[in-house]
Structures are given as C-alpha cells and as structure tokens.
Ligand binder design. Structure first.
Ligand code: AMP
Length: 535
C-alpha cells in the first residue's frame, strides 16, 4: 500500500491522525465506537473501489448520499481518499433536488449508505448521467443491477479487503476538496468550490486558536450539507479527537447529549441552543466539561451568549462568522464579562478577521467607509474559495477586485459596522434578500422562482416568517392571481425544495401592494403578517 501523507489535504490530515492514534475513537455513532484504524480501513476500501471501477471521464467529484452513519462518514473520507472532492447530499431531500445537484455537479460516482439506499431507485431512474454507485452498507444484488442497467453498482462485499489495494492519488492543494450547494437567488442552487488549500488553512487556524487535541470530544449538530459540519469532522480527525454523533432523540434534547457524550467542544447555530434556553435547559453550571463553545451561521443574541456562558462556566465562548465562500468562518469574537457593552441591536459582535484574512467595509460605490460607519463587508485571504462551479458569471459578480486593491475579495452581502477605536465589528443584517432559517442559508429569490414557475403565475413573493432572533422560523408566500390550487402548489414545492424552504402557507391577494418606486412592497406584506399575528 502506498501512502504519501500530505497533511495539507483534507484526507491527508485524517490519515496522519490515524497513523498516530490508530486505537483512539474517531467516531461514536448509533451506540458504536469506531477507532481510527477501523475508519481508515473502511475509507480506504471505498476509495480503492471507486478508483478501480470509475472511468476517467467527468469532473473529479464524488457525490455522497449519506446520513449520520459510520458507513456514511467512511464514504466521505473514501471519496476524498480516492482523489475526488466530495459533494454532500442528504437522503431526506426531495429526490428531484438530489438529481438536480447530480446534474449540476456532473459527478459520475456516488457513495450511499443505508439511508441513501432508501431513495436510490428514484435517484438512479432520474439521474441524467450514468453513475458508479458504491453501496457502503448494502449489497448490489441482481435485482438492483437489473433495475439500473445504465449504472454500475458495487456492494459492500466487493469492498472486503480492498483497502490493501489503495494507492494514494495525486491531489494538489488547489484541487476541490468539497463542492457545496447553497441556495441561489435565480432559482437554482449554486455550487461553492472549496479547495484543499482553503480548508487546510481554516483547520490550521482553529486547531491553533482553540488548542484542539486528541482528548477533545466534538459535537455534531450540523448536517453534512452545511459547511460548518467540516469543523466537526475534520478538526476532530486532524487532531485525533472523537466525533460524537447524536441520535435523533439526542438532537432534540442536546442537554443530555452534552453530558452523556462527555463533549468538550460544542459548535452549533444559535437556533439550536435557543431551543435549549427556551426549554430552560441552560441551568448555570450545567455543562462543566465543555471547554470550548462556538456559535456561527446566524446572528448570536446577547441573551443566549450570556446564558450559555453561565451554563458552561469553564468554556471559552466565541461567536465566529463567515459564509461558505470564505470557508466556514473568517472572523471571531470572544465573549467576556465586558461584552454586553460592545453589542449592537442585542446581537454579539463578529469581531476580528482570522489570521491572514483581511476585511474591507464599503459603500454602494465600493469605496471604503469611515471607521464607525456601516457598509457591506468584503473579505479576502487564504480562505477565499475558488468560486462557483461552472458559473463564471456569478463567480465574477461575487469575487471581484475592489478599487485600489489588487486581490480578489468576496462580497459577503452582509451589512456590518466598521470597527472604530477598540470597538469590534458588528453584524447588522443583509444587503439583499438572503435569510437564515434555523441557520440554513436561504435565498428568497430561489423560492419565489419555483413558486412562480410551478404556480404558473407572473409574480410571487416569499418572506421569512415568523421572525426569529437570527432570521426566521419559516417562509410564507404571496401570489396575486386567483384560481391557483394552493395545496397542489405547496405539494409540488415539497417535491422540489428542502423542507425548510417550502412555504407554510401561500396567501392569494387581489393585487400586490406597491411602494413609491412601483415595486412590490415587501415591507407592507411583512406588516400584514405581523398584524395577522397580533389579532
Ligand atoms: P452560510 O454560507 O450558510 O454559512 O451562510 C453565511 C451567512 O450566514 C453570512 O453571510 C451571514 O449572513 C450569516 N452568518 C454567519 N455567521 C454569522 C454570525 N456569527 N453572525 C451573524 N450572521 C452570520
């Protein structure tokens, strides 16, 4: 077996940790503990299976249709160890959405676990390209093969002993480590390409900043389609730590999960912890073993930061900020007793750029605003991702060189206050119609495009509602055309969009209210929802 370990690669860091700590637990999932050597064996078998059977055609990308299983995590590592970037997909997404991502990514290989196998027939029937499918947990029996003659299928039994045949692939730091689809305002999701170089840099920064080590036990509350999940998996597996995967019940009641799993590192969107606060599960001193608490993904309410800090008295608590395009997070703010005075709008500041990252706050004409003024945040540095997959136009619009600069900056679309004196940078909202629902990034424009197309209407509006501290709890739609079967429209949207993007209700108006510029008055529609709630 050839094994050139390059720790600058996502899988290289895992292989190095596996070599250093073969017997340590890499993963606890579904009551099972998987050691580094076991996980490595499974990952390399999948990698060898992929490399042996796939054709040279197509992009260096392998999709993973898996959900929180040991075989699924091995599948992600297997895709990477085969020399491909991974494209995460979830089995509980509508099959049409999975097929859309397969088509857009052009991936020719797919790893599925038992959960993924549950939707495999539907996905394979509709997949536009022939696929090499590795069943990391099941067998490719004759019946399955006969149903899908266009595709090649490899079952688990065929992977037995395959790890020995694994050969380290040629992968460079600029190659894609993962391709992550985020909501796109024009109606289709866009794939953010993140290079090994970008994620390696992020991991180096956080390992050093938080002194992560092999005794750390990491939470895993994010879905693998959310880039923040890469911290859980790959920070743990870089330092020889353990990824502790909660089951469905523990995810609902994370308080018990923190204690039962003896977590030392908690990382979530504020929404997840807000629920704990609302259920009065954040008693002072409740989590003495937590030594690091990180929040990211949406605005962090002051009241939550303060309650969590009291519940985890021995932990460092930080609010970190960043979009997928800047590789998970690129600014940090440490919560201290003095923090309350630095907060704006009851939200915790986002603070300073990570080492090596540079921020610029600009006005609409892209001129830098004065300290203390507000504007859009642009950022650049080693975590700036490669751009959008097969989409040079959107890449050029979002990654641009501002006047007076020579480097590409990413336009975050976030409105912030430029730091003045000792004051930290604060987050004030968005400059566009992107919102967060339980931490998920949602372009209202994407929902509107689907509502318009599937409803056969000229215009449609989606609003985040009811409002929540970091964004919204759901979506409500509006159309101004009689005769549309609303139940059928919502059902159709359920077939196309992730559940959190499907409107809870679509109101039919006689006509849209218009603002002074003759545009649909979204504020008036939001006020209408607020008024209905007050009634
Ligand atoms: P995503 O690409 O899904 O990670 O979403 C990125 C967006 O989430 C950012 O552009 C912000 O709008 C929001 N966001 C991320 N972290 C924070 C934070 N700590 N505070 C406020 N908003 C945040």
């Amino acid at each position: 077996m050839s094994e050139a370990i390059d720790c600058g690669l996502l899988h290289g860091a895992f292989l190095a940790a596996a070599a250093a700590h073969p017997e340590r637990p890499a993963l606890e999932v579904e009551g099972e503990t998987v050691s580094y050597s076991e996980l490595r064996e499974q990952a390399l078998a999948i990698a060898a299976g992929l490399a042996r059977h796939r054709s040279e055609e197509g992009p260096p990308l392998t999709a993973t249709l898996v959900h929180r299983s040991a075989a699924g995590f091995a599948g992600i590592l297997g895709a990477l160890c085969s020399g491909h970037g991974y494209v995460p997909m979830l089995p509980n997404l509508p099959p049409a959405r999975i097929v859309l991502m397969l088509r857009r990514s052009g991936a020719r290989s797919l790893v599925v676990d038992a959960a993924g196998q549950g939707v495999l027939d539907e996905v394979l029937d509709a997949a536009p390209q022939p696929l090499l499918v590795v069943l990391s947990e099941g067998e490719a029996d004759e019946a399955l093969r006969a149903r899908h003659p266009r595709h090649s299928l490899i079952g688990r039994r065929e992977l037995d002993g395959a790890a020995a045949a694994w050969v380290a692939p040629a992968v460079g730091a600029d190659d894609i480590a993962y391709l992550l689809f985020t909501s796109g305002s024009t109606g289709e999701p866009k794939g953010v390409m993140v290079a090994h170089r970008n994620i390696a840099r992020f991991l180096d920064v956080v390992v050093e900043r938080y002194s992560l080590c092999e005794t750390d036990r990491f939470s895993h509350l994010f879905e693998i389609t959310f880039d923040l999940s890469l911290f859980d998996l790959f920070a743990a597996w870089k330092v020889g730590g353990c990824l502790c995967v909660p089951n469905a019940k523990q995810r609902l009641l994370p308080t018990k999960y923190v204690l039962d799993s003896k977590l030392s590192v908690w990382f979530s969107v504020p929404s997840a912890a807000l629920l704990m606060k609302q259920m009065r599960a954040l008693a002072p001193g409740a989590f003495p073993d937590l030594r690091l608490v990180l929040f990211c993904g949406e605005a962090l309410p002051v009241s939550l930061a303060s309650a969590f800090a009291e519940a985890a008295p021995n932990a460092v608590l930080e609010n970190i900020y960043g979009p997928t395009e800047l590789t998970l997070a690129c600014t940090h703010y440490r919560w201290t007793a003095a923090s309350v005075g630095e907060c704006e709008n009851e939200v915790v500041p986002i603070g300073d750029p990570f080492v090596g990252m540079r921020a610029k706050v600009v006005d609409e004409g892209l001129a830098e605003v004065a300290p203390g003024e507000t504007g859009e945040l642009l950022m650049t540095g080693p975590q700036r991702a490669l751009g959008y997959w097969n989409d040079p136009e959107r890449t050029a619009a979002a990654f641009m060189v501002p006047p007076g600069e020579t480097e590409l900056f990413y336009r975050t679309g976030d409105r912030v206050r430029r730091p003045k004196g000792d004051a930290p940078m604060t987050f004030l909202g968005r400059v566009d119609s992107q919102i967060k629902i339980h931490g998920y990034r949602v372009e209202l424009g994407e929902i509107e495009a689907v509502m318009q197309r599937e409803g056969g209407v000229d215009a449609a509006v989606a609003l985040g509602w009811p409002k929540a501290p970091g964004g919204a709890k759901g979506v409500v739609g509006f159309i101004a055309q009689q005769g549309v079967d609303i139940d059928a429209l919502i059902e159709r949207m359920e077939e196309l969009l992730p559940r959190y993007m499907v409107p809870r209700d679509i109101e039919v108006l006689d006509e849209f209210p218009l603002n002074q510029n003759g545009k649909i008055d979204r504020k008036a529609l939001a006020a209408r929802l607020d008024a209905a709630e007050d009634c």
